[in-house]
Design a protein. Structure first.
Length: 94
């Protein structure tokens, strides 16, 4: 049984960078596998009225609805949570 990021359709990729003080959208779009195209730009994660989730790309999300939390900034940990807290949060609604 193979379990890896491709079979699980999950990977963490850079989508936005600041270069010389200017924001730049970053996207991966391989010719050989269109299924591996990444989302680009600043991302936000918003919960819809029906309880489903949507990823909003290119900085177009509503900051008041964004559920993403900054964990690292310039190599420093900004939020220190216990693993059980993260696990409990991931199980909400299951």
């Amino acid at each position: 049984q193979k379990l890896h990021r491709d079979t699980q359709k999950c990977a963490f990729k850079c989508s936005y960078a600041v270069v010389k003080g200017e924001g730049v959208d970053v996207v991966k779009d391989p010719i050989t596998d269109p299924g591996k195209k990444s989302k680009k730009g600043r991302l936000s994660l918003e919960k819809n009225e029906d309880g489903t989730w949507s990823t909003i790309t290119e900085g177009k999300g509503d900051p008041a609805k964004d559920q993403l939390v900054r964990i690292f900034l310039n190599g420093e940990l900004t939020v220190d949570e216990k693993f059980q807290t993260i696990r409990d949060r991931s199980n909400v609604g299951l």
